[in-house]
Ligand binder design. Structure first.
Ligand code: B12
Length: 228
């Protein structure tokens, strides 16, 4: 598990509000990465933005979108911020929810940062465990200088994998995800909706700033809506 970061730590200073997005990693794409062009020019650098545990929740929770009662507040907030950042940088923004076909965010993540597949299908990070997400990618035509982030082992190596035993409907078998079984279960008034996915909660890797109750409920409600 190794990765890259932009050499300029101030790349996004002034173009994104502090605390709203973590720079998750970056890489220089090649033709096999499926990264879109920028105003007709081939992609030179992809910078991945996302959330790491509960650290960015407060920035969103205080936003106009979070309180306006309309659909998809997190997507609308993300686009407002990241579209503005992309315009300021002359970059193209890509979002995980655009599609189908979807941009291959998990593949991009494995190119960009020290991350590995977990038995749940989600990518696992040494610090954030399975409590992290990708909110956007900024694609720039130029090749930014990148610095290597030292390799780290996957936290799943040597783990007893309690995640695989914890799901009440056995939606995970280490090889795939029974999305239909999960969806049927989430249709009822179940603990997962209130206290989070049982399989993810069973993971021993807990981020320094974990999801709070409101964030847990928000993401589980979004997952349930996604199944409808
Ligand atoms: C469709 C989708 C779903 C569907 C899945 C339907 C199904 N039958 O599996 C539903 C609605 C059920 C779902 C549920 C969830 N999802 Co979802 N989902 C997506 C979405 C929008 C598209 C996935 C896709 O088809 N990509 C297209 C393919 C071409 O992209 P890809 O990068 O190549 O992805 C594939 C490879 O990575 C491959 N893969 C997996 N492991 C490995 C390992 C190796 C070595 C290789 C080479 C490839 C590989 O499997 C991936 C899927 O096909 C992505 C966002 C995105 N754009 O990727 C989020 C995404 C995958 N989901 C995410 C999350 C967090 C969830 C949930 C936890 C819900 C939530 N938001 O809290 C649940 C849990 C699901 C689970 N345990 O897997 C995150 C995962 C982050 C992470 N840590 O990895 C993503 C990236 C969104 C985000 N904003 O970050 N999801």
């Amino acid at each position: 598990m190794s990765g890259w970061l932009p050499a300029d730590p101030a790349l996004l200073a002034g173009v994104l509000p502090a605390g709203a997005m973590a720079v998750r990693g970056a890489f220089h794409p090649d033709g096999a990465d499926g990264v879109p062009a920028v105003a007709g020019r081939p992609a030179g650098t992809l910078v991945l933005l996302g959330w790491t545990g509960g650290a960015q929740w407060a920035a969103f929770a205080g936003s106009a979108e979070a309180g306006d009662g309309r659909a998809e507040p997190l997507d609308r907030w993300t686009r407002r911020l990241v579209d503005a950042a992309a315009a300021a940088l002359g970059a193209r923004a890509a979002y995980p929810g655009e599609g189908p076909p979807f941009w291959p965010f998990q593949r991009w993540a494995m190119r960009a940062e020290g991350i590995a597949p977990s038995p749940l299908g989600l990518l696992i990070h040494r610090d954030w465990g399975v409590w992290h997400s990708y909110r956007a990618a900024l694609v720039l035509a130029g090749r930014l200088d990148l610095v290597a982030v030292p390799a780290r082992t996957s936290p799943c190596d040597g783990c007893a994998r309690p995640c695989l035993e914890a799901c009440p409907v056995a939606a995970f078998d280490g090889a795939g995800y029974d999305a239909a079984g999960c969806a049927a279960h989430l249709a009822g008034p179940v603990e997962c909706l209130e206290d989070g996915c049982r399989a993810r909660v069973a993971c021993p890797v807990v981020p320094p700033v974990p999801y709070g109750a409101a964030q847990m409920r928000f993401h589980m409600a979004a997952l349930r809506r996604g199944f409808q």
